[in-house]
Design a protein around this ligand. Structure first.
Ligand code: ADP
Ligand code: XUL
Length: 524
């Protein structure tokens, strides 16, 4: 009999499902529903509720509940052999929080298959809408919590990140101030991930240490609730939070609701869910320290992987738990593809011309440097945008193309150095990773081989593979993570780009000069 595993991904705009056949290494089912289209009665736009204050971004948690029925109904209708699914895990957009009253426990335990999930659970919320990661309305609470924890560096050192507006702790604090009564009625606070896991398992689910790290509430080293952070955030918060558990924890079996209604095996394991970024780390095959994934999308994102916990003293990067029990980092550079496009357009080129410019200019660009802050930058923090050029003539088209890419790659190298692990293998994803000339600069600057990965679904794939891994461990096999991801998260054949030792030496020197330019421009 096929050994099937189900992954789910509750993201901002959609709910996705993927079923993998572990032994044949096949994705046997993949589908996704878009909230706006499938569930228009909730009135969301791109999955969120618009507020007159653009800083406030919430979503209705009941919509996520109803989406589960929708997706299981579709799988069932498509004839997926749900009875052969041995374990389920999931992925949730990070940081968003769900607030439940004292009736939630009974409602989850008694899910009645004669009703819909939404009918079963419509009464459990003590807060009708959930603040999500796009919310940036908690600057004041961020300041208060950070001060209580001893400042930026101490907060990052304690919780893995300094306080961020979207993180759960500041959001909870804001709720206690805005609506104390509703906070008092709140018996359970969940993350999107643990909330969805609660429905699958039919009980209040624990929070996994991967997603838990995105709350400003977890001690990043001991992976337990941080007493100081809890106190700085909200009264009696500990009593409202579930346990923190390793990401690979079995939290129960799939509850009777899904067995009765959709034919799942009632003995199938329900796993803890995690955040989308930790899940993606598995979905792009990052399973060993030194492995790095770089996504060249609208923004550029650097995913690192480390055994020992290091935190960013500047507070720019995040440390989360990795699903393997190690640590991962997430560093986001806003001026990614859009900056490359700005330069390309200013030079009147297409991508072919841009690539030709990279080929016709030497590594190091004769010392011509650009700081490509077309938009305010996250890392390094630059609030006032503006492009700076050093030894670089704005009209020198070829040199500008090389300068923007070199700047991005050197910035990634500089601003990930705090991890204390030089990359040994880079997995490149995202739209611009189809450009080998850009990946060549990446390989040379990092002095490390780069492989291209074609993934659009890394979070849901990661969830399905986490379900497989946990099931196998539970049944007495203990496959190495490399074995689990092999055949599912593989590089594009023939895509490997080796660094050129000569060019790597050029960048070892240039990166210092670049750092100086950056210090001068940012006044640090
Ligand atoms: P998102 O973050 O929105 O998911 P994608 O990963 O889809 O973004 O990447 C889209 C970007 O890929 C586009 O903005 C474009 O700049 C970039 N891109 C597409 N093709 C190329 C290419 N050949 N060379 C460089 N960049 C490219
Ligand atoms: C990570 C973050 C986003 C959400 C999106 O810190 O805010 O990546 O997880 O789903």
């Amino acid at each position: 009999m096929a050994r099937l595993f189900l992954g789910l991904d509750s993201s901002t705009q959609s709910l996705s499902a993927m079923v993998v056949d572990y032994d044949s290494r096949e994705v046997v089912y993949e589908d996704s529903i878009v909230f706006d289209e499938a569930l228009p009665s909730y009135g969301t736009e791109n999955g969120v509720l618009r507020n007159p204050d653009p800083k406030i971004v919430h979503s209705p948690p009941l919509m996520w509940v109803e989406a589960l029925d929708f997706v299981f109904g579709k799988m069932h209708g498509a004839g997926v052999d749900l009875g052969s699914v041995l374990a389920i895990s999931g992925s949730g957009q990070q940081h968003g929080s769900v607030y439940m009253n004292a009736g939630a426990m009974d409602a989850l335990q008694g899910l009645d298959a004669g009703k819909t999930l939404a009918e079963n659970l419509s009464g459990v919320f003590s807060r009708k809408t959930s603040p999500i990661w796009m919310d940036s309305s908690t600057a004041e609470e961020c300041r208060e919590i950070m001060e209580a924890l001893g400042g930026l560096r101490a907060t990052a050192e304690a919780t893995g990140s300094t306080t961020f507006e979207r993180f759960t702790g500041p959001q909870i604090r804001k709720f206690t101030k805005a609506d104390r009564e509703a906070y008092e009625e709140t018996a359970h606070i969940a993350l999107v991930s643990s909330f969805m896991a609660s429905i699958i398992a039919g009980k209040i689910a624990p929070i996994d240490q991967g997603d838990g790290a995105g709350m400003n509430l977890m001690d990043i080293r001991s992976r337990t609730w941080h007493s100081g952070a809890l106190e700085a955030t909200a009264p009696d918060l500990r009593a409202r939070l579930p346990a923190l558990v390793p990401s690979a924890s079995v939290i129960g079996t799939v509850c009777a609701y899904f067995a009765e209604k959709y034919g799942l095996n009632g003995q199938a394991l329900a796993l803890a869910w995690s955040g989308d970024n930790p899940n993606s780390v598995i979905g792009v095959g990052l399973v060993k320290p030194g492995m790095v994934a770089i996504s060249l999308g609208t923004s550029d994102t650097y995913f690192g992987f480390m055994k020992e916990c290091h935190t960013d003293p500047k507070g720019e990067g995040h440390v989360f738990g990795a699903p393997t029990g190690d640590y991962m980092t997430l560093i986001c550079f806003k001026n990614g593809s859009l900056a490359r496009e700005k330069v390309r357009d200013a030079c009147g080129l297409g991508w072919d011309g841009f690539s030709a410019a990279l080929r016709s200019t030497p590594p190091g660009n004769h010392g011509k440097i650009m700081l490509p802050y077309f938009e305010p930058e996250i890392v390094p923090k630059v609030l006032e945008p503006g492009v700076r050029r050093f030894n670089l003539d704005e009209d020198d088209a070829d040199a500008n193309c090389r300068a923007v890419v070199e700047a991005q790659m050197m910035s990634m190298r500089l601003h990930s150095a705090w991890m204390g692990v030089r990359p040994s293998r880079i997995h490149a994803t995202g739209g611009a990773s189809q450009n080998p000339e850009i990946l060549r600069v990446m390989a040379d600057v990092q002095n490390c081989p780069v492989y291209r990965f074609e993934v659009s679904n890394s979070a849901v794939l990661g969830a399905a593979l986490r379900a497989a891994q946990a099931y196998l461990v539970e049944s007495g096999e203990s496959p190495a993570w490399e074995e689990v991801v092999a055949g599912f998260a593989d590089p594009v054949a023939g895509s490997m780009i080796e660094p050129d030792p000569e060019a790597a030496r050029v960048y070892d020197d240039l990166v210092e000069t670049y750092a100086e330019c950056e210090r001068e421009a940012t006044g640090r």
